[in-house]
Write a protein that binds this ligand. Structure first.
Ligand code: MG
Length: 348
C-alpha cells in the first residue's frame, strides 16, 4: 500500500546494533527466517544412541578407545560390556570433544570388596579433565565430594541415586567446556548430570580440572578446547556399556541479515494521525512511541521504516498503514510471522 500524501519526516539513521542489542537472543520473536532445529532421530530403546551421536562403545570392541599415550586400550570385553582391568590404566576415546552430551551405563562389581573410595571406583572424565565420579555409593559412606555422581573433590551430588552393586546404572551428562579470553578464564566448565534419571548436578561450575585432594587451576588447560572422554581404572573391575556422545553446538545462531537497518523518527502529529482502532487491533501513541495492541491486548512497540511502514521492536513482522490526504490512517495491512497476514479498516 502506498501513502496517499507526503508527510513530514525527520529522518534519523540509527545503527542496527542499537536495535539488535535490545534483543536477548539476537532474534525477533517468531521470525520465520530463524533456522529450524536439525532433525535428530531418538534411539529406538530408552538410552539408545540418537542418530547424531558418536557411538564410542556398542558392546563389540574397543576400536574407539586407546590408552592416554595412544596405544591400544587394555580393558577387556565381558558379556557386551567393557571392564576396567586393574592396573591397566585409564582408557580414553580416540575422538575428542568440547561441549557435548554424554550417555554412559556402568555397573560396579556385584561382589562387594573394600569400602569408601576403594569400592567400585572409576570415573568419567569430560575433556579428559573433569571427573564425574563413579563409585559404589550404595550404603557406602565416603567423603561427599567423592561419592557417586560428584564432580570429584568439588561438588557432591544433589542426592544419592545409586543402585545396588552389580546393577546397571546410567549417567547422562551435559558438559559445557570452559572458555578463555586473552588466556584468562571467562566461563568455567559447567556440568549437569542425571544419575539413573535423577538430577544430581545442576549446572555445576568446576573450580578447575578435578584431582585428588586439590584441584588443578584452569591455567593448566587454557589452550585446550577439546579432549577425550576418559574412563578411570582405579583398581576395581567396573563395567561400562552403551557409551555415546553428542557434540553440542557451542553458540546459538544469530540472524544473517540485520534487522531495521534504517529507521526514522516521526513527528508527534504525524504519528498521532495513525492512532485508532483497526478491526480487532488498536494503535496508540505512548511516551513518544507508536504501539500496536494486537487483538487489543498484546503491546508491540513499532519501529518506523517510512511514514507508513513499520516493523516491531521485538517481534518479527511488519505493519503498513493506508492513509488519506491528511495523513490519517484509514486501514492497516498487518503481517506477523506468528499470525500471518490480515487487513483491517479503521473503526474511528
Ligand atoms: Mg574415580
Amino acid at each position: 500500500m502506498r501513502p496517499a500524501c507526503t508527510v513530514l519526516l525527520v529522518v534519523v539513521f540509527m545503527g542496527n546494533s542499537i536495535v539488535t542489542a535490545q534483543l536477548a537472543s539476537g532474534w525477533k520473536a517468531h521470525d520465520l527466517n530463524r533456522p529450524a532445529p536439525m532433525v535428530v532421530t531418538p534411539g529406538q530403546e530408552c538410552g539408545g544412541a540418537p542418530s547424531d551421536a558418536v557411538v564410542l562403545f556398542d558392546g563389540t570392541d574397543l576400536a574407539q578407545w586407546q590408552v592416554p599415550d595412544g596405544g591400544d586400550a587394555k580393558w577387556r570385553i565381558v558379556d557386551g560390556a567393557m571392564e576396567s582391568v586393574p592396573n591397566s590404566g585409564f582408557v580414553e576415546s580416540r575422538e575428542e570433544f568440547g561441549d557435548c552430551q554424554v550417555h554412559v551405563e556402568f555397573a560396579t562389581p556385584t561382589t562387594v570388596q573394600g569400602d569408601g573410595q576403594g569400592r567400585g571406583n572409576s570415573g568419567v572424565f569430560l575433556m579428559g579433565e573433569f571427573e564425574v565420579q563413579v563409585l559404589d555409593s550404595f550404603e557406602n559412606l565416603t567423603y561427599s565430594d567423592g561419592s557417586a555422581g560428584s564432580i570429584y573433590g568439588q561438588y557432591p551430588p544433589l542426592v544419592n541415586a545409586s543402585k545396588k552393586p552389580g546393577q546397571w546404572q546410567t549417567y547422562d551428562i551435559i558438559f559445557r567446556r570452559p572458555r578463555f579470553e586473552d588466556e584468562k578464564l571467562s566461563t568455567p566448565a559447567r556440568m549437569t548430570v542425571l544419575h539413573n534419571g535423577v538430577l544430581i548436578q545442576d549446572g555445576s561450575e568446576a573450580y578447575g580440572p578435578t584431582n585428588w585432594i586439590v584441584h588443578h587451576e584452569y591455567e593448566s588447560i587454557k589452550d585446550k578446547t577439546r579432549g577425550s572422554l576418559r574412563l578411570q581404572d582405579h583398581g576395581n573391575p567396573v563395567r561400562y556399556r552403551n557409551i555415546w556422545v553428542r557434540p553440542l553446538v557451542e553458540a546459538r545462531s544469530k540472524p544473517e541479515l540485520a534487522y531495521d537497518t534504517v529507521t526514522i523518527a516521526l513527528h508527534q502529529d504525524t504519528a498521532e494521525k495513525l492512532v485508532g482502532k483497526y478491526g480487532r487491533h488498536r494503535v496508540e501513541f505512548i511516551e513518544g512511541k507508536l504501539v500496536l495492541f494486537f487483538d487489543g491486548n498484546t503491546p508491540l512497540e513499532m519501529i518506523a521504516h517510512t511514514a507508513t511502514e513499520f516493523g516491531f521492536k521485538k517481534s518479527a513482522g511488519r505493519l503498513e498503514f493506508e492513509v488519506d490526504d491528511d495523513g490519517m490512517g484509514t486501514a492497516i495491512e498487518l503481517n506477523l510471522d506468528a499470525a500471518g497476514m490480515q487487513t483491517a479498516k479503521r473503526k474511528n
